[in-house]
Write a protein that binds this ligand. Sequence first.
Ligand SMILES: *Cc1c(COP(=O)(O)O)cnc(C)c1O
Length: 446
Amino acid sequence: MNELDLLAAADARALTYTAGVATRRVFPDAGALAGLAAFDEPLPEQGMAAEQTLQLLDERGSAATVVSNGPRYFGFVIGASLPAAAAAERLMLAWDQCASSFDNSPVAATVEATAARWVLEALDLPRQSAVGFGTSATACTLSCLAAARRALLARQGWDFDRDGLIGAPEIKVVVSELVHITVKKALRVLGFGTAKIIYAPVNALGQVDVEKLPVLDDHSILCLQAGEVNTGEFDPFAQLIPKARASGAWVHVDGAFGLWARASALAPLTTGIELADSWTTDAHKWLNTPYDCAMAICRDADALAATMNSDAAYSSASADAQKNLTLEFSRRARGIPVWAALRSLGKQGVAQQVERHCRQAQRVAEGLREAGYEVLNRVVLNQVLFRAASAAQTVAVREALQATGEAWFGGTVWQGRPAMRISVSSWRTQNEDIEALLGLMSELRG
Ligand SMILES: *Cc1c(COP(=O)(O)O)cnc(C)c1O
């Protein structure tokens, strides 16, 4: 098979897969999982046919996917892929750009600059901010926290790039008690030390308690969050951030999915968030782009650019080239699917998508209560946290639901007891899908 025929065959298989996402099992059955044994081959001595390789990947692989790109996946705020974003991604694959700088890809640099401008506008964040399109909220949080530390040390006359950490003034890190694990990971990787992290107590809703905020100073980084993974709650930014910044601290906000509330009628949840120094968000969650698509946003553009700079004699670029704002040197043009998603939705479409998911989450909560479950959160966003009568029943219901293959959501532990969490974040999810889920949940409760 020649290249074009092979790519056409891949496209045909991809189209068949996409056409089936509404009817496939959401989690593969035992037979499909057993079929994965076909991949346990020795590395071939001689190359195998590309066509047969594609066939294996589709026949055994497609069957063993979790259909998070479908309408009835309610785990982890994963989202599906919007058609415009998925289509842009397909074309980008053909281009195979190394989107590090204008010289390597004029089109990527241009489109990503527009995407950056649109993201700041959609999220109503300071327009002078730098936007680095990185692989994940994890990587982007790492970038932002590295910039924060470098800037705080520079204000104290310490040259972090030259002198590193040994002997440097100590930087205090304060995070919410309900901080996301990936923020802790970023801090750990950066060398802050998990035992040195100070936890800000949260109130009954899971928001950082303003009255109990630990003392901050100009050696401090405060990490807040927009959208807690279980409850969807937001920290009270308008009260916390001015206080923190007045003491000279750097404020970072993890808004992996929740920041998108700001692009909708739910924006009041985020009031004051614009006063922070840096923000992280994902496009691959609530904006519904394909994976590896997140943003590090930094009010002081130079702070991020100086931290992430990777210019060399053979490879120099502008300060705002993406390779100088992200961890990657060679990189995909991650901002292009963001641009395509925003262009196809427009400001109104983004708002409507967010608002629809929040309404659907309200309906989920209402239906679960009617079916006799206990809803544990206020459902301010697209997250519903709930449990059945006992811990054992909670686990049993979740496992039974997952086994149906009709829908999928995950479990968690909330205030020491098992709970279940439903996230509504796929553009494909229609009200019928919500009713179908509620029908199943009602049956399972018996
Ligand atoms: C998913 C998530 C992250 C991590 O995002 P990745 O893109 O998966 O690295 C961080 N914080 C919150 C609140 C999240 O939901």
